[in-house]
Ligand binder design. Structure first.
Ligand SMILES: Cc1cc2nc3c(=O)[nH]c(=O)nc-3n(C[C@H](O)[C@H](O)[C@H](O)COP(=O)(O)O)c2cc1C
Length: 216
């Protein structure tokens, strides 16, 4: 376990432990930086997919900014997020797989809830770089939150809702000089087993985030 995970780790059990079967502890992230980033039009111009990464880890502040941009709470009075979701279901959980473990991002507390203690990055995709990229995000739909939707609508809307989150990640990544690629090529059965997912949970996409190759 690298230093900062140990330093800011707090020994508390998840109070919102409804997302994944076992949540083992929480890590509070620093508040996101909401000022001074690249203008949106420049970020749109810079956004692209990269498949060559440095092994340099993401600093805690960058991870905080990234996850808030992805699907953080932007309106605390309602709990609504940076990404829209159909009928405000908020059914997509963002799982953060690092060398230290896998964590569910909890938007309400801006914390990481540990769900797996080991390194499952190699299981997050079928491309070689996923094993060493610092962060692989995995988007998991909790279909139980999509009340009264047909099976077809659950499939359609959970995929659409994931797309907004993934684009937020791309745009934050572009603005912060990060390397990013969204990925559909995932062994969902193997990864779902590693994450302890239930029948009501479905892996939609994964997304790798790090620094571009050559960054020290
Ligand atoms: C739904 C979806 C699934 C994708 N799956 C993969 C993938 O499994 N592996 C990969 O390397 N790129 C994947 N990509 C990235 C695309 O290949 C990439 O977006 C496309 O080539 C256009 O390049 P750009 O993102 O730089 O504009 C995926 C993109 C989307 C939107």
């Amino acid at each position: 376990m690298t230093g900062w995970w140990r330093l800011i780790g707090v020994a508390m059990m998840s109070m919102t432990g409804t997302a994944l079967a076992q949540e083992l502890g929480a890590i509070k992230l620093p508040p996101p930086e909401l000022e001074g980033s690249m203008p949106l039009m420049q970020a749109l111009k810079a956004r692209h997919s990269t498949r060559e990464f440095s092994s340099k880890p993401l600093p805690p502040q960058v991870l905080s900014n990234l996850l808030w941009a992805a699907n953080g709470v932007s309106r605390p009075e309602s709990g609504k997020r940076t990404a829209p979701s159909a009928r405000d279901w908020r059914e997509i959980d963002v799982i953060v797989a690092t060398a230290e473990g896998a964590y569910r991002y909890d938007p309400a507390t801006h914390s990481l809830m540990r769900v797996v203690a080991g390194d499952i990055r190699p299981l997050t995709g079928n491309q070689a770089f996923v094993a060493s990229v610092p962060v692989n995000l995995v988007y998991v739909a909790n279909l139980d939150r999509m009340s009264e939707a047909s099976a077809e609508d659950k499939t359609l809307y959970s995929a659409a809702d994931t797309g907004f989150i993934a684009q937020n990640v791309y745009l934050y990544g572009a603005s912060a000089g990060l390397a990013v690629v969204v990925r559909g090529s995932v062994d969902r059965e193997a990864l779902g087993a590693a994450l302890g997912l239930g029948q009501h949970q479905r892996i939609i996409l994964a997304q790798s985030v790090g620094y571009p190759a050559g960054t020290k």
